[in-house]
Structures are given as structure tokens and as C-alpha cells.
Design a protein around this ligand. Sequence first.
Ligand SMILES: [Zn+2]
Length: 259
Amino acid sequence: MRGLWDRLRRRSEQRAVERRAIPDALWQQTLAHYPFLARRDAADVAALRRLSSLFLDRKEFSGAQGLDVDDAMAVAIAAQACLPVLRIGLAAYDGFVGIVVQPDEVQVRREFVDDAGIVHEVDDVLSGEAIEGGPMMLSWRDVAEGGDTSAWGYNVVIHEFAHVLDMRDGEADGVPPLPTRAARDEWLSVLTRAYEAFCADVDSGHDTWLDPYGAEAPGEFFAVTCEAFFVSPHDLLADHPTVYALLAQFFRQDPAARS
Ligand SMILES: [Zn+2]
């Protein structure tokens, strides 16, 4: 039965790839716009293109505030989203379907209750948001700037999809599901040490290469280091070698060696 199931799955995937094939010109344009995608070797780029077609087949895009999400925009999001799951597989994103694309960042007002039970309202500006079960929100302006902002390790698509991977076992706490207890212990030990050192660096007013937003919480540190790992891997390797090694093991990729 297993063999039959695999065959059926492969056939249905192949149909989806054909149905959502990305035209050559559009794919080349996407690679040119996001150099960190183009830096991968030919096999990775081909695998990424195939995975992007499957992603387009499984996800539903909608534009907010009158924004028309065209093929180029959908492919740009798909290709960046698929980079982290190149080896892990697309099923890691099966927990949600909808992606809402906003023209720009979004102002939101949030309520939170402090330890004394007092309700506070805070204004926040979001360039993206991942919620368990979806939909995901992305600011198109930030997505479009992803080629230029890669120099400082910034990438909103990879950031939000890192949260999706993290939330597969519940909270976005910086610890995605790991295969063994030992792997989880190692993850916690490496990530916690790096996070605390980073927070101390940010608190002391040092200019950090890595986005200081990572000091907000361990979950944000994970997301921010994932962005850097994929778009500016040499810098992350130089700045946070232990975190780089942890992510290389988790994603089964070594982008600094390949680019
Ligand atoms: Zn975040």
C-alpha cells in the first residue's frame, strides 16, 4: 500500500507542478531580483522552482486594500518561502492556506494585560504576521525590498515562515519540533546562550549586525537568525557560528558553503 500511496502522491504533485508551472522569464526575473536565491547551485535552484509551483498550488493569495496580487508577486513570495523547506519538504507549511498581501506595513492596536491585571493598549507596526492556522500577512513593500535588504540580513518572508515552522509544536518560542529529546536539549542550550549574549549586546547599546528585534523574545531571535542564515549566511556564520551550525543541521542546508 505504501508503494501505491507514494506513486499516487508523486503523480498528483507532478500534475500540480505542471498546472502551476513558472514561466522561464518570470523565474529568471525572480532570481535576478533576489540574489540570495540565484547564488544557490543549479540543483537547488531547480528544486526551488518545483517546490514554488507546489506552494502556489496549495496556498491562496489575496490582496488587501485593493492590491492585485499578480503572478510575479506570488512567485516572489513562493520562492522565498520555499527556501527554508528545500530539504524539509513543503508539508511543514500545511497548517494554513491563506496569505494576505498588504500594500505596505500595517498599523495595529493591541491590548495586553499586565501582571496587575491592568489592560494596556499599544500601537504596533507590522511588516508581516504569522498566526497559527493562518492566514499569514505580508507587506508587499517589504517583500519587494527583500533583494536590497538582504545585505543586512533582513527578509520578511523568511521571518514569517520561520515562525510557521516554530509554531508546528504550539507556541512560537524559538524551538521548532525536533526529532529527539537530545536534539531539543542541544537546541535549547545553544539558542539560549546565543540569545542571552545577544540581548546583553543590544542592552549595552552596541551596534549589532543582526537585527536587534531578535532581542524581543527567543522566538524572534530564531526568526531573525533564520532570515540572516538564508540571505546573508557568511555574516551569520561570522557573528553567530554556533547558531549557524544549529540552523544548518535543522534545515539540512549550508548556504555559506554553497554561495
Ligand atoms: Zn516575528
